[in-house]
Every structure is written in structure tokens, then in C-alpha cells.
Design a protein around this ligand. Sequence first.
Ligand SMILES: C[S@@+](CC[C@H](N)C(=O)[O-])C[C@H]1O[C@@H](n2cnc3c(N)ncnc32)[C@H](O)[C@@H]1O
Length: 230
Amino acid sequence: MLPAIGGFPTSDAPLFLSGYSELLKVDLSGRKALEICGGFGKLAALLAENFPKAEVIGLDFYVASGSEIDEKLKHLPGLSYVAGDAFDLSTYEPESFDLVFGQAALHHLAHDPVGIASEVSRILKPGGRFVFIFEPMGHNLLVAGIRAMRMARHEMVDESNLFISQFEKMASEFSSCEVQMLNMLGYPMKAFSDRFSLLCQAVHSLDNWLFKTFPSLLRYGANCNLVFTK
Ligand SMILES: C[S@@+](CC[C@H](N)C(=O)[O-])C[C@H]1O[C@@H](n2cnc3c(N)ncnc32)[C@H](O)[C@@H]1O
């Protein structure tokens, strides 16, 4: 079971899998990783399970808890959870982490993209990576409209969309920035993707073809993963 945020449609699986493969790309044994905005802490636990010799810290405004997490903490000595603000990482030494990551996180920090980029860059070792998984983009007006309706219906007050210009500002703190874009025509079909999976897979492939053939369309993707390298 993927530690993706609850109830995601099957059409989002490629985005999560691609993001998780970024987290698992570098062997973290004997190294340190920090998850920011970790919520229930399942993704930090997944990383600690994959790298039992790594030190993995999950940070959120609230300390992750629950019987599942208690069980993991008993068996994974390198895993811990702390309460804190992602914008204030002053308790951590400069250049002390190999990986900092967040899932559905950056859009909660988007009011100060340079602030979060410089704070994370400070604690990352040279060559260390800052990875975001499953973030919402705001350039596509159809997508933005559908999301606005969802946010209004569910009274989601702290959600926002992201824009390429914010990534460009953040990139100035790093040596490279890669954006993996997904879901354009596929976005409105998400609601049906579990029932019409073949059709949705076809639209997903069409989106990939469109992105590859017409790179100017990339900014109109609905979701992205981001990889910054220091
Ligand atoms: C959409 S949830 C994502 C949770 C988790 N990453 C997941 O994928 O299930 C966003 C989380 O960000 C946390 N958050 C928002 N702003 C934060 C900040 N400045 N510092 C720490 N956590 C923050 C919230 O408490 C919430 O748990």
C-alpha cells in the first residue's frame, strides 16, 4: 500500500511512484533525511523501512502518532517525529542532511518559496536533494477552476496552487531543479479513473505524448514532482 495521501485515484499512481523512486534513488544508509509537512508520518516510515540504517525525521506542526506509527517507532530506531515549523529549521546544523522531502507540502509553504528554499538549502549537504511529491499547479485555468470548486465545497482554507515562477525563485538556492509534470487532459478524468481505468491510462499516455511533443504545454500540467539538488 502506497503512503500516498488518502483516497487518491489510480490515475495519480504514476506520479506517486515516480516521486517515491526519487526518494529511494540514493542509498541513505548511514545518512540523514528530513520530511517536512509529514502529516501522519507514513512516508517517513516508508523511507526508514527501506533504509533501516538511516536517520529519518518526520516534521509537522503536530507530532505524528497512532498505533501504526508507535509500532514502526519500536522497530525502526532511526525513525523519529518532531513538532515544528518547516520555515524554522534552526535546530539543525548547516549541511547536516542528505535529503529533505515533502508530499503535498510545498503548496502549504508557497507564500514564501525563497524562505523555504534557503532554510532547506542551509541544512542540506552539497549534492543533497530537496524533493516534493504531488504538488498542484495553477497555470491551467480549467484545473484551477475545478480545484476552486472542490476547495469551496470542502472548505479547504489553506490550499493554494503553485506556479513555475515560484520554482525559478527557489532554484536560485540550488544547482539544479527538475520538474516532473503530470495530468493535463487526464485531470478532469481523475474522478472516473477507478471505473474506466483503460480509458484513463490512454489519456495519461496522450498527456505524456503531448508534453514530450509540445514542451510549451508542460506548464499546463495539473500536478508535479520537484527535485532540487544543492
Ligand atoms: C496536505 S497535508 C500533507 C500531509 C502528508 N505529507 C501527506 O502526504 O499525507 C499538509 C501538512 O502540512 C502541515 N504543514 C503546513 N504548514 C506547515 C509548516 N509551516 N510547518 C510544518 N508543517 C506544516 C500540515 O500540518 C499538514 O499536516
